[in-house]
Design a protein around this ligand. Structure first.
Ligand SMILES: *Cc1c(COP(=O)(O)O)cnc(C)c1O
Length: 364
C-alpha cells in the first residue's frame, strides 16, 4: 500500500489478495504440502500461499523487503543462529528471552560461537564489546532484545545499531515486546528483526509462529534455505489465524498500553510492590512483589480476571512469576512477576490485582 498512509491503516491492508473481481478479501487457507511442478511454490517447506501472504504483511509492517515465517519464534531464532560462522563472535544481552539465552550459552559451551553477554542498557559496554569482538571467524553478530524479556531493559537502538553497521557486525533485534506498532528496527539500521508471532502480532494465544524480517536479498535467501533444511515450516491454518489477528494489532497495543501505563502508576504506590519496571510504553510490566515465591505463585493462581499462565501479547491479561521456570536467568529476581496487559477493562484488572495482593500474608 501507498507508503504515505499511516502504519495503523497499512496493517489492516497488508498481505491481502489483489483487488480484482471475485478475489477473496482474505488470503485463503491452502492446506497443501505439494504443488504442481513448474511454478514458484513446489513444496510447502519452501513456499506456500498462506505463509506467503503472512510474509508479505510482516515485511510491510516491519519496513522490510522480505519476511520468512517459521513454525515458532524459537525456530526463527535458530535459523539466524545457524547462519553464524563457526566460532563467530556474538554479543547479546545477558538477560534475554530464556530459550534464546539458553541456546546461545549452549552454542558457546560447545565452542560453536564466542558469546559475550552485556547489559543491553549499558551503551558503552555494548560499544566496547563490538569494538573488541574477535572477527577472525567472520563478522560479529549483535543480538538485541529491547525491551528485554522479562527485565524490560531498553537499548539505545540508534547508537548501538549505528556502531554495529560501522564495524561490519550483523545486528538482530528481537522486536517481540515492542511490536512494529511502537518500534521498527530496520528503519534504524538493524539487519534483521525477529518475532515470536505467537505473541502480540497474532494476539490471541492460539498458535505458535515466528518470523525474521530483513531488507537484504541474499540474507533472505539464506534464511529461507534454513527453513527448508531445518524443517521449521509453518502451518497454513496458523498463518491464516496470524493474519486475522494482525489486523487489530494497532488497537490492541493502544488499548493494552493505555491500561499498562495506568496500572504501572498505581502499582508504584502499592505497599505489596517493591519495584515496578515499565519503560513508559508497551503492554508488559514487571513487578517485584513483597512475598515468598510460594505466596506469589498462590497469588497468581488466585487472580480471576488475570490468567495465571506463561506467554504474553494476547487479548487476555496474563500473570506469572518468571523464576518458576528452572531455566530462567538468575539475573531475574525470584519475586519478579511479569504482567502482560490485555484488552479487558483497566478497573477490573486493577481490582483483581488488588484482591490477589491481599491474599499474601502481611508478615513481611
Ligand atoms: C516467546 C518469545 C520467543 C520465542 O517464541 P516462541 O514462539 O515461543 O518460540 C522469542 N523471543 C521473545 C522475546 C519471546 O517473548
Amino acid at each position: 500500500m501507498d507508503e504515505s498512509r499511516t502504519w495503523d491503516t497499512r496493517v489492516v491492508a497488508a498481505g491481502r489478495p489483489p483487488r480484482i473481481p471475485d478475489s477473496p478479501l482474505n488470503a485463503p487457507i491452502v492446506p497443501a504440502s505439494s504443488f504442481y511442478a513448474g511454478g514458484e511454490l513446489e513444496y510447502a517447506r519452501e513456499n506456500a500461499p498462506t505463509s506467503q501472504a503472512l510474509e508479505s504483511a510482516l515485511a510491510e509492517i516491519e519496513s522490510g523487503s522480505h519476511a520468512i515465517v517459521y513454525s515458532s519464534g524459537m525456530a526463527a531464532a535458530n535459523a539466524i543462529l545457524d547462519l553464524i560462522p563457526h566460532g563467530g563472535a556474538v554479543i547479546a544481552s545477558s538477560a534475554t528471552y530464556t530459550g534464546v539465552r539458553v541456546r546461545l550459552e549452549e552454542l558457546h559451551s560447545r565452542r560453536a560461537i564466542n558469546l559475550k553477554q552485556v547489559m543491553i542498557e549499558d551503551t558503552d559496554a555494548v560499544l566496547a564489546a563490538l569494538q573488541s569482538a574477535d572477527t577472525s571467524a567472520g563478522p560479529a553478530t549483535l543480538w538485541i532484545e529491547s525491551p528485554t524479556n522479562p527485565l524490560l531493559e531498553v537499548a539505545d537502538l540508534p547508537a548501538v545499531l549505528d556502531q554495529a553497521k560501522r564495524l561490519g557486525a550483523r545486528s538482530v533485534v528481537d522486536n517481540t515486546f515492542a511490536t512494529p506498532a511502537r518500534q521498527r528496527p530496520l528503519e534504524l539500521g538493524a539487519d534483521a528483526v525477529l518475532h515470536s508471532v505467537t505473541k502480540s502480532i497474532s494476539g490471541h494465544s492460539d498458535l505458535l509462529l515466528g518470523a525474521v524480517v530483513v531488507r537484504d536479498d541474499s540474507f533472505a535467501e539464506d534464511l529461507r534455505t534454513r527453513r527448508v533444511l531445518l524443517g521449521a515450516a509453518p502451518s497454513a491454518f496458523d498463518c491464516f489465524l496470524a493474519l486475522r489477528g494482525l489486523r487489530t494489532l494497532a488497537i490492541r497495543v493502544d488499548r493494552g498500553e493505555a491500561s499498562a501505563q495506568e496500572l504501572a502508576r498505581r502499582l508504584a504506590g502499592s505497599p505489596r510492590v517493591t519495584r515496578v519496571r515499565y519503560p513508559g510504553w508497551g503492554t508488559i510490566i514487571a513487578i517485584e512483589v513483597d512475598g515468598s515465591p510460594e505466596e506469589i505463585d498462590a497469588m497468581c493462581a488466585r487472580a480471576e480476571v488475570w490468567t495465571y499462565a506463561t506467554s504474553l501479547g494476547g487479548v487476555e491479561s496474563l500473570i506469572e512469576r518468571r523464576r518458576r521456570w528452572p531455566l530462567e536467568s538468575t539475573n531475574v529476581p525470584v519475586n519478579l512477576v511479569r504482567l502482560s496487559v490485555g484488552i479487558e477493562n483497566v478497573e477490573d484488572l486493577w481490582d483483581d490485582l488488588s484482591m490477589a495482593f491481599a491474599t499474601i500474608p502481611s508478615t513481611h
